[in-house]
Ligand binder design. Structure first.
Ligand code: ATP
Ligand code: MG
Length: 305
């Protein structure tokens, strides 16, 4: 079955800057895919290319197997990439009804779709208010309502929680989780790592227009996990560090706890390590796998790139 998004060898530059420098991406249907990267790394440019808003110089993009910019493909996509232009003197509901009419929906269907979209983004209470009085967060939600108006299969969001207050951030994250539960494919750019950890099953990490990692968030986190090995005495910990070093495993001391070691143990298992140490008469008092934070994995990946 076709992926929701398939990108191959994508390249686009602005002046001397390659904003997108040879990206390959496959976004499976039904996934929540995080597109993570610092400011200026090329997230928005990639999304604009995906939506056919700008053209690539090299490479290809397919949305559900078709070319972006084709009407059939775009009809399945709802996106928030730039702040859409709303009529300032019309209400939120009227604006959405207008877009629904332009999209060819009959008036009653359009009105119901506008109600539903406003409800989903939490704007029902202000549906009748003119949008020129909307705050940044309210406008952001309205943009999201517009993206969801026609119940798209694929939702592409460029930094959807930017400019929202903490309550708004939690709500929009809840909304994204809800879209995922309803089987939508969500492609979401962000520079907020916790957002990826909370929402996404897959992630691609972008750095200066290039991908430095991509895959399952779970696997990426496993890659950075360490084993905390505690002994009764500092002397045993020192001996263990030597044994592990000889076996080619990197260890680090843990702060001021001289009896504990952190072991970079991949690709071995924790029971392997236990056996190795026991073979030398060293019996750990405690062995705990510590999951890495996505932040530390991200910093490892982007260091020196
Ligand atoms: N229209 C443009 N004209 C000139 N340079 C551009 C244009 N759009 C993007 N760039 C440059 O391309 C690079 C990538 O920009 P892009 O907006 O895609 O990054 P981003 O990852 O979305 O950043 P942010 O997190 O700040 O939104 C930057 O160096 C930017 O200055
Ligand atoms: Mg951007």
């Amino acid at each position: 079955m076709d992926a929701a998004i398939e990108v191959r060898g994508l390249f686009r530059h602005f002046g001397p800057v390659p904003a997108v420098d040879g990206i390959d991406l496959t976004v499976p249907r039904g996934s929540v895919y995080g597109f993570l990267g610092p400011n200026g790394s090329g997230k928005t440019t990639t999304i604009r290319l995906m939506l056919g808003l700008i053209r690539p110089e090299r490479g290809s993009i397919k949305l559900f197997g078709g070319a972006p910019g084709s009407v059939d493909c775009l009809a399945q996509v709802g996106a928030v990439v730039e702040q859409p232009a709303f009529y300032p003197y019309l209400s939120a509901h009227e604006n959405l009804r207008l877009f629904a009419t332009l999209a060819g929906m009959p008036s009653t269907t359009g009105s119901a779709a506008a109600d539903r979209a406003l409800d989903v983004v939490g704007l029902s209470a202000v549906a009748g208010r003119r949008v020129d009085g909307f705050s940044t967060g309210m406008s952001q939600r309205l943009a999201m309502a517009l993206a969801l108006l026609r119940d798209p299969t694929l939702v592409i969001l460029d930094e959807p929680t930017n400019g929202l207050d903490p309550g708004g951030v939690v709500e929009v994250r809840g909304l994204i989780a809800e879209l995922a539960r309803n089987g939508k494919t969500v492609f979401l750019s962000t520079h907020v790592l916790t957002e990826v950890e909370q929402l996404c099953d897959r992630v691609a990490v972008l750095q200066r227009g290039r991908l430095v990692a991509d895959g399952l968030v779970r696997e990426l986190l496993e890659r950075g996990q360490r084993l905390a090995v505690a002994f009764d005495t500092a002397e045993q910990a020192e001996q263990a560090a030597r044994v592990l070093d000889e076996a080619g495993l990197a260890t680090e001391p843990v702060g001021d706890r001289a009896n504990t070691l952190m072991v970079n143990f991949e690709p071995r298992s924790s029971s392997d390590i236990n056996r190795l140490l026991a073979g030398q008469g060293l019996y750990p008092a405690e062995l705990v796998v510590r999951r890495a934070s996505l932040e530390s994995v991200f910093l490892d990946l982007t260091e020196g790139v």
